[in-house]
Design a protein. Structure first.
Length: 306
């Protein structure tokens, strides 16, 4: 195709957008609404997955040091060797050492309204040193716990295995539900947009027939429709991206400026817009191109047989 022909056909496609404003607006409106629903469902799934992952990562595995028995105190050498071994254990992302004095201070602060543990145990601290270990993924807690028990000087390991299993199962269920919702909305969008495009093309079947009768090739007829469809799809993607990103940015600011006990339990923040905006915009552009551009070009196929 010559460049002059390309420019002419692009101009014809853009002209058709203005000449068929009613059906263009109808197609763009339907596609924009479908994109908004898909974007909202996708962001909901991303944030729920983030919140479940945050809660799951708060579970600490407690490694108690005790020599060869609970009543025995681990030596400084054992604690030093255990410290290095724990930190080098695969899947361990953070380690916090708690001395007997640290443990006593922690429980004293928790129970300060009821008793003074610092005074009660001033001369006989019953607590043993321990390590608070955080694992990179709840799925690895059981494996890491077994490895920690093999370290010299470790008396016992208390790991939230049941809670880890619960969070892992919950995360999978939520992921499947959100992805399923997005898939259903995408299918609905394809069906609705395809029908809208078919109506648009059907209303212009006489125009297509006349062009075919005067000798226009199929590609020459189809290309302006393709340009028209791509342009309307990209405009819809731009509108939907602006609405979704703007609304999500406002929601993130409100969520951060109005903290509550519930929001703090889920991490205190939503997934930031800068981490997801390119997925939203890219997905909308791809969806608009495929649905409108290719949909329009293929919908006129049967009208080319004159």
């Amino acid at each position: 195709m010559r460049f002059s022909s390309f420019i002419y056909l692009v101009g014809q496609g853009l002209h058709n957008l203005r000449a068929n404003r009613l059906m263009t607006f109808a197609s763009m409106g339907v596609l924009t609404v479908c994109m908004l629903l898909i974007g909202a469902a996708s962001l909901l799934g991303i944030n729920i997955d983030h919140m479940v992952e945050y809660i799951g990562n708060q579970n600490e595995t407690v490694v108690y040091m005790g020599g060869t028995g609970e009543s025995e105190v681990a030596t400084d050498e054992q604690i030093a060797a255990a410290d290095a071994a724990i930190r080098s254990t695969p899947h361990v992302v953070s380690v916090t050492y708690m001395s007997p004095e640290d443990v006593l201070a922690t429980y004293s602060d928790m129970l300060k309204d009821y008793t003074n543990l610092q005074q009660v145990f001033a001369n006989d601290n019953p607590f043993t040193p321990n390590y608070r270990v955080t694992v990179d993924d709840p799925d690895n807690i059981e494996e890491v716990s077994a490895q920690l028990m093999q370290i010299d000087g470790v008396y016992s390991v208390k790991a939230p295995l049941a809670m880890a299993d619960t969070f892992t199962s919950l995360q999978k269920v939520i992921n499947y539900a959100c992805y399923g919702l997005v898939a259903v909305l995408a299918i609905v969008s394809i069906v609705v947009i395809n029908n809208t495009i078919k109506i648009t093309v059907f209303n212009r079947r006489k125009e297509i027939g006349i062009m075919k009768l005067v000798g226009a090739t199929n590609g020459f007829i189809r290309f302006p429709f393709f340009v028209e469809g791509v342009t309307s799809g990209l405009i819809s993607a731009g509108i939907a991206s602006g609405i979704v990103c703007g609304a999500y940015y406002t929601l993130c600011r409100w969520y951060a400026e109005n903290p509550s006990n519930l929001s703090q339990m889920f991490g205190g923040t939503l997934v930031p817009l800068e981490s997801v905006w390119y997925y939203i915009v890219g997905g909308f552009v791809l969806l608009g191109f495929l649905l409108c551009g290719l949909g329009t070009a293929t919908s006129i196929r049967k009208h080319l047989n004159v």
